[in-house]
Design a protein around this ligand. Structure first.
Ligand code: AGP
Length: 609
């Protein structure tokens, strides 16, 4: 996510802005910038790709003096990392500067409208439409122009705005992306997160969705988007800086598990149009090309691979195109059948995994068209692939991938529908039904996250176990693989995922009294088969922890514990049913005193083979 800082007071704003942005560096970013209203009432804007140190160097060379300013660290979504795509963005006369966190979903339409009115754009970003719109509506009252502007914006936006024509104020706006107001003595602050202001003040206003604030040196007024005054209590922060970086959570992993509703919303919503169709801006696979290919390959590592195999089953089902899958480290040495009739899809959260990057390059050498499902804009894999489908999950800091997995699966559901429509192999009814189900995922994940007490209770029974098995069929088997990896990597407990039908071909010999067996039974058409497999395990003393859809109460006869997830179509259940497995692994790891965010022997991005 991007980092926002704003300051108005008696200090040199540049010092506060850079210090605040440093405290937000943990969120991950690829460029940084500031806009300061200098002593001559001009907007001094410095911004560049790269680390904050580059910006600090730039602002030391030619000192930036002024008591009012805004700053930003950018996590690229629209437009790759570059100087011109960095924030702040401004209107052509440079009297309005804006920094933004979020995604403006209707920016293309707004940009076309503004170009019609004679506005020029310097960047590829969605954000740049905002200062131009404010300029378009500005008739001497900045607040009025901002209100008219935000009424036109669709999507998520946290904004900090400064104008040289209204030099005694800053304006803050919050819709979906978080934003807080720091309240000081003769000074006030805007920030995307508490760490940025905690060294100056522990008194804050938490802006709610649909609220905005006008900050002066000695006064903050808060209102809704229509301008109606909002009374707010000042909230006193008691966290230390380390807790603040995790938003009050104990670890990044649990924070990122709880970020999944927003990550899914950000990944899904911008791709579903008003008339309930799919729009993939960053992919230009034509109908002719798709009808001309003879196979798709999906290649990745670890969790990304586990998302890819879910994608395989959905693409084959909806688009009727054969899909091969492989882990990248094997793919490269398996003499794969790749030619110019192969679409190669690589999946990578970081976009820097060496094996996956090498697989991408091998496929390109052999003439394949390449498409990356990636979470980091401008990463090596993102840059080298022909097409990109970004998961807008925001930075994933914990080594154990959680929100990357759910958003990658969501991306594959979207892609499978898109390819199914392109090949005319999916019925309108199925297409519309799955699209509707997809849109309900964020709130269903929110529902699951509302009460995690059962998982914490089950976790406490597993902390001493030495072997845990995960079994499932179809997409449940795909999820079993991911659940098993999660458990292993954060708890150090040995675990194995099995196709449930395979148990009797050997592994059943390992089942003893009390052996925990996580049994995924969410696929309606395989439910009865899964019940039989659970009974096989139970008959040997195994301890069955079942995961199934609400309403499948018959599972209780075959399980020791049942974790229910909200009902959903089989094909879209993976981003839901994986949540209990993520939470289970997290709580077992905490109870075992493991280093949850940085498990031993592991790295967040494996950039070596
Ligand atoms: C997953 O929890 C692990 N951290 C690991 O398996 C990871 O998924 C794998 O290394 C791939 O990383 P990538 O998605 O950044 O390419």
């Amino acid at each position: 996510m991007c980092g926002i800082v704003g300051y108005i007071g008696n200090k040199q704003s540049i010092d506060v802005l850079v210090n605040g942005l440093e405290k937000l560096e943990y969120r991950g970013y690829d460029s940084a910038g500031i806009a300061v209203l200098d002593d001559n009432q001009n907007l001094d804007i410095r911004k560049s790709k790269g680390r904050l140190a580059v910006l600090e160097e730039n602002t030391k060379k030619i000192k930036v003096n002024g008591n009012i300013g805004i700053g930003h660290t950018r996590w690229a979504t629209h437009g790759e990392p570059s100087d011109r795509n960095s924030h702040p963005h401004f209107n052509s006369s440079k009297n309005i500067a804006v920094v933004h966190n979020g995604i403006i979903e209707n920016f293309n339409d707004l940009k076309d409208e503004l170009i019609e009115k004679g506005y020029n754009f310097l960047s590829e970003t969605d954000t740049e439409v905002i200062p131009c719109l404010i300029d378009n509506y500005y008739k001497g009252d900045l607040l009025d122009a901002v209100k008219k502007t935000i009424a036109r914006l669709e999507g998520a936006f946290a904004l900090a705005i400064v104008s040289k024509d209204d030099p005694d104020k800053l304006i803050a706006v919050r819709k979906d992306s978080p934003l807080i107001i720091g309240v000081g003595e003769g000074e006030n602050f805007i920030a995307s997160d508490i760490p940025a202001v905690i060294n100056y003040t522990r008194n804050i206003y938490l802006l709610e969705n649909g609220e905005m604030a006008v900050l002066k040196k000695d006064h903050v007024s808060i209102m809704d988007f229509e301008g109606n005054k909002v009374e707010k209590e000042v909230y006193n922060i008691t966290w230390d800086i380390d807790q603040a970086e995790k938003g009050g959570y104990d670890h990044f992993m649990i924070k990122e598990i709880f970020e999944q509703p927003k990550a899914l919303r950000d990944t899904i919503s911008p791709r579903i149009t008003k008339d309930n169709d799919i729009r993939l801006d960053d992919i230009d696979l034509t109908e002719e090309y798709i009808k001309g290919i003879n196979k798709i390959y999906i290649v990745a590592c670890g969790t990304a691979y586990h998302a890819g195999i879910v994608g395989k089953s959905l693409i084959e089902k909806y688009a009727k195109i054969p899909v091969l899958t492989d882990v990248a480290s094997e793919f490269r040495y398996n003499n794969p059948f790749i030619d110019d009739k192969t679409l190669m899809i690589v999946v990578s959260q970081s976009g820097e995994t060496a094996d996956t990057l090498a697989a991408l390059r091998l496929a390109k050498e052999k003439g394949a068209r390449t498409l990356a499902v990636c979470n980091v804009v401008g990463s090596s894999i993102a840059r080298e692939a022909d097409d990109i489908l970004y998961t807008w999950a925001g930075p994933e800091i914990a080594v154990a991938s959680t929100k990357a997995y759910t958003t990658q699966v969501a991306a594959f559901i979207i892609m499978a529908l898109y390819l199914g429509k392109l090949t005319d192999n999916i019925s309108d009814e199925k297409y519309n039904n799955i699209l509707k189900e997809l849109s309900t995922l964020p709130e269903k994940v929110e529902y699951i996250l509302k009460d995690t007490s059962k998982l914490e209770e089950i976790a406490s029974k597993m902390t001493e176990k030495e072997d845990v098995f995960f079994i499932g069929r179809g997409i449940d088997y795909n999820m079993a693989l991911e659940g098993s990896l999660k458990l292993k990597e954060v708890t150090y407990i040995h675990s194995e995922a099995m196709a449930a039908g395979e148990l009797k071909h050997g592994t059943l010999a390992l089942i003893e009294e009390g052996t925990p067996t996580i049994s995924l039974a969410t696929q309606d058409h395989l439910y009865d088969k899964m019940i039989s497999n659970m009974r096989e395990v139970k008959a040997r003393g195994g301890y069955i922890i079942a995961v199934s859809k609400e309403g499948n109460t018959s599972v209780e006869k075959s399980a020791d514990e049942v974790i229910y997830v909200p009902d959903a179509a089989d094909d879209v259940i993976a981003p839901l049913a994986i949540i209990p497995l993520q939470l289970l692994s997290y709580h077992v790891a905490v109870k075992r005193g493991c280093d949850v965010d940085k498990p031993r022997n592991l790295a967040k991005s494996v950039t070596v083979e």
